[in-house]
Design a binder for this molecule. Sequence first.
Ligand SMILES: CC(C)(COP(=O)(O)OP(=O)(O)OC[C@H]1O[C@@H](n2cnc3c(N)ncnc32)[C@H](O)[C@@H]1OP(=O)(O)O)[C@@H](O)C(=O)NCCC(=O)NCCS
Length: 405
Amino acid sequence: MAIEIRPCTQEELKDYARIDAYVFANNNDAEVAEQMGTTQPDWTMCAFVDGEMATTMGMFPFTVRLNGAPVKMGGVTSVGTLPQFRRQGLLRKVMRQGLETMRDRGQSLAILWASMGAIYQRFGYGLAASQVSYSFDPRFAQFQQPRQVKGRVTMRSMDDGYPVVKQLYILAASQRNLHIHRARALWDASVFRPWNKDRVYIAVYDSPDGEPRGYVVYRTAEGQHTGPGPAQVMTVVDFVALDMDAYVGLWEYIRGHDLVGKVEMANCVGEDDPAPDLLLEPRMLNRRTSDAIWMRVVDAQQALPQRPYGDRGEIVLGLPVDDLCPWNAGNYLLETDGRTTDVRRTERSASVTLTPNALASLLSGHRSATRLHRAGLIEAADDTALRNADRLFATVYAPHCPNGF
Ligand SMILES: CC(C)(COP(=O)(O)OP(=O)(O)OC[C@H]1O[C@@H](n2cnc3c(N)ncnc32)[C@H](O)[C@@H]1OP(=O)(O)O)[C@@H](O)C(=O)NCCC(=O)NCCS
C-alpha cells in the first residue's frame, strides 16, 4: 500500500469536494460547488492510497484577532477520511504535514470547529472559545431598567447594507478575541447565506447624529402554530454593537417583532455578552454554552509574542513535550510591557509547565492558569506563578469566533 501526503491539484479538487460532501452528508450540489469555489489546491493537504484520494484537510489562510492583534492562523476545515480508509493513521499523517506547512507559511496558530473534540485533542488542540446560544420569547426579554432607544434602526438592502456592516464588523473585530478578518466569501458563506429559502435581512443602528454604530443580520420564518401565541421564528446570524446605545437599540428592534414567538441567537455573542446582566428575567434567554473553537499552537516562539498581554511582566513557560510539533518543546522566557513582547528559549526553570493543549487554552484567554491548574491541566512552581500567569494572559474580551468555516 503506497501512501502519499500532499496538496491536491486543481484537477483533483473535484475528488476533494466529493469526499468533503460525502463525509459531511452534504447532498446540496450547488452548495458544495460554491464552497469549493473558495478553496485553492494550495490550501489543502490530502492522503492518497495507491493513487486514490482517501483523506482531505483544508487550511484557510486567515488573519484572526488575538486579544485585539491581527495574527496569521490556519483555519482547518474539510477534515475527512473515506470510511474504508479510516483508523489507519491517515489523518495523523495529513495533520502532521499540514502543521508543518502552516509553520512554513508563518501561520503560528491553527483553529478549527470540531465535529468531535476527541479527534483533535490527541493532536494537541485545546479549547480556545465557547459558543453561547440564546433562544427566547421576545416578550420575556425586557431590560430590568427601562432603557431609552436614543438612535434609530433602519433596514438596509444587501447592496446598501454590506459596506456599512463590513465597516462596523472591522471596528468591532479589531478590539476582539478570535474574530476572523472576513473576506467577502466568508460573509457570503457564513452570514448572508439564505437557509431553506429564508430571506436574509440587515438592520443598522444609527446614533442620534446619524453615525452607524451597530447592526443585526437575521432571517425570519413562519413557525408551527401549536398554540394561540405568535409563532414566527427570528434567527439572528450576526449581532454587532459598538456601544451600549447600539446594543439597546438593536435589542429593542428585535423585541419589536410582535409576531415572533422565538428568537434564536446561536454564537452571535460571546460569553461576556451583557444580556444576562441586563434582563429582568435572564433565565428566559435559555442560555446555553458549548465548546466552539479548538486551537493548536503550531509555533510557540512565533505565536506567543503576537498577542497583547494583560500587564507588563515576565514568565518562564515550560513545554516539555510536543509530539506533532516537536520544534515547540522547550522552555521559553516571555517578557512583555503589555503591547510589545519578546520570547526566547531559556535554560531557566519553568514557573508554569503545560501541554500544547493547555497552552492553547491559556494563550487564547479561554481559561486562566489558575483554572487550568485546578483541573490538573498545568503545573505551577507556586501560587505566585499562577497569579502572575493569570495577570499576563488575561484578555480584554472573552474569546469568541462568530464565524463558521
Ligand atoms: C475524523 C476522521 C477524519 C479521522 O480520520 P482517520 O484517517 O481515520 O484518522 P486516523 O486514523 O489518522 O486517526 C487519528 C487519531 O484520531 C483517533 N480518532 C479518529 N477518529 C476518531 C473519532 N471519531 N473519535 C475518537 N478518536 C478518533 C484515532 O484513534 C487516531 O488516534 P491515534 O493516532 O492516537 O491512534 C474520520 O473519522 C472522518 O472522516 N470522520 C467523519 C468526518 C469528521 O468528523 N471530520 C472531522 C470534521 S471536524
